[in-house]
Design a binder for this molecule. Structure first.
Ligand code: FES
Ligand code: FES
Length: 160
């Protein structure tokens, strides 16, 4: 079957099987390998993308379901000249990553949160990241980076 959608501002089409997952269409069909696959149980969030503005785990959606949708992947987050988004820059500045495998999903989740809630509390950030697993950082610097991206500092007590 044929599927057409807008990915990172570009109209794309592909000939897919009905069972093709969105994450596979992005990674294999479009070579957008920044969207990662970290599990086969829909738990890790490494595959998170935005579909029509909503945060979606791309391994939980068929590509055919995204027909006509506006999809943004991690490759579409930075400005066209390569300037990192506020969230990406904050992850770099606050060491919000180690191996980086979870980072695309974390950035997509954080970007989505800040769009809906520009000044989230530490608790709200931790709650929002419930669907994203990081095996390296212990989450602290990820939360700190998101606080910084929202123009806030991590509360001193929680920083310990
Ligand atoms: S690969 Fe989608 S949640 Fe893990
Ligand atoms: S930085 Fe390695 S899994 Fe998060």
């Amino acid at each position: 079957m044929q599927v057409t959608m807008v990915v990172n501002g570009r109209s794309v089409s592909g000939d897919i099987e009905g069972r093709t997952l969105l994450v596979d269409f992005l990674r294999v069909g479009l070579h957008l390998t920044g969207t990662h696959v970290g599990c086969d149980t829909s738990q890790c969030g490494a595959c998170a993308v935005h579909v029509d503005g909503a945060l979606v785990k791309a391994c939980t959606m068929f590509a055919a379901e995204a027909e006509g949708a506006d999809v943004v992947t991690i490759e579409g987050v930075a400005a066209p000249d390569g300037t990192m988004s506020v969230v990406q820059q904050a992850f770099q500045d606050h060491h919000g990553l180690q191996c980086g495998f979870c980072t695309p999903g974390m950035v997509m989740a954080a970007t989505s949160l800040l769009k809906a809630n520009p000044k989230p509390s530490e608790q709200e950030i931790r709650h929002h990241l419930d669907g994203n697993i990081c095996r390296c950082t212990g989450y602290h610097n990820i939360v700190k980076a998101i606080m910084a991206a929202s123009g806030q500092e991590m509360p001193a007590l929680a920083a310990e």
